[in-house]
Ligand binder design. Structure first.
Ligand code: 13P
Length: 255
């Protein structure tokens, strides 16, 4: 019953001009593909022009980050008030933000609450490092991240957000997880933790994506897994490959 959702996280790529040209190139091809939710997440400065281009389509728009305060003396930050009306989604707690910009579990939790307060749908990222993976700590780590992220949220909020399981060792490395491996973490650890905190129905309702070196040639492996509802795509979302990934996802799991 969960509608699959494929999101493209452009990260720090494309100028406004490049963003506009690329969205013009792919928007109607993407729009034709039904049965999956499609989202693109360009850099902040491209949100407004891209929003205009997406008006005649059903493609969703997301930001890649956000601060939790509404306004104030926070030089360089972007608030939920600024994103409200501009986009529907916001990626929160990406591992690159945690690693390079000091994001903490507590801050991510505050951002999730702020997103909900302003009608934005969070895409919450969790995932273990290579060291943790090799030390067999994935379950404990990811479960802890999920608990911290969801602290204080209602079951309804949890059901409406999106979680992206992105093992850090798979991001930008070309070494994707296996479908079965990602499905196990998502089904047992992420949904298991949510069932523990809330109930089975909530755990089954939340949409969980896989992210990390997703390409046209491996997306079917992920989408054919029962607990994986989509992908958060980095590098391949910068190219027409993204359309191909969405097309294959719709074939494998479209509703
Ligand atoms: P890549 O698809 O480039 O590995 O990036 C994944 C990611 O971090 C998406 O948020």
């Amino acid at each position: 019953m969960r509608t699959p959702i494929i999101a493209g996280n452009w990260k720090m790529h494309k100028t406004i001009e490049e963003a506009v040209a690329f969205v013009r190139e792919i928007r109607f091809k993407l729009n034709e593909i039904k049965g999956v939710d499609k989202v693109i997440c360009p850099p902040f400065v491209a949100l407004a022009p891209v929003k205009e281009l997406l008006v005649p389509t059903d493609i969703g728009l997301g930001a890649q980050n956000m601060y939790f305060e509404e306004q104030g003396a926070y030089t360089g930050e972007i608030s939920p008030l600024m994103l409200k009306g501009l986009c529907q989604y916001v990626i929160l707690g990406h591992s690159e933000r945690r690693a390079y910009f000091g994001e903490t579990d507590e801050g991510v939790n505050r951002k999730i609450k702020a997103a909900f307060a302003h009608g934005l749908t969070p895409i919450v990222c969790v995932g273990e490092s290579l060291e943790q993976h090799e030390a067999g700590q994935t379950e404990e780590w990811v479960s802890g991240q999920v608990r911290a992220a969801l602290d204080g949220l209602t079951a309804d909020q949890v059901r409406s957000l999106i979680i992206a399981y992105e093992p850090i060792w798979a991001i930008g490395t070309g070494k994707a997880a296996t479908g079965a491996g990602a499905n196990a973490v998502i089904g047992l650890t992420i949904r298991g933790t949510i069932a523990d905190l809330y109930d089975q129905a909530t755990a089954q309702a939340v949409r969980v994506q896989y992210g990390g070196s997703v390409k046209p040639n491996n997306i079917a492996e992920f989408m054919s897994q029962p607990d994986i509802d989509g992908a958060l795509v980095g590098g391949a979302s910068l190219k027409p490959d993204f359309v191909e990934i969405v097309r294959i996802s719709a074939e494998v799991k479209g509703v």
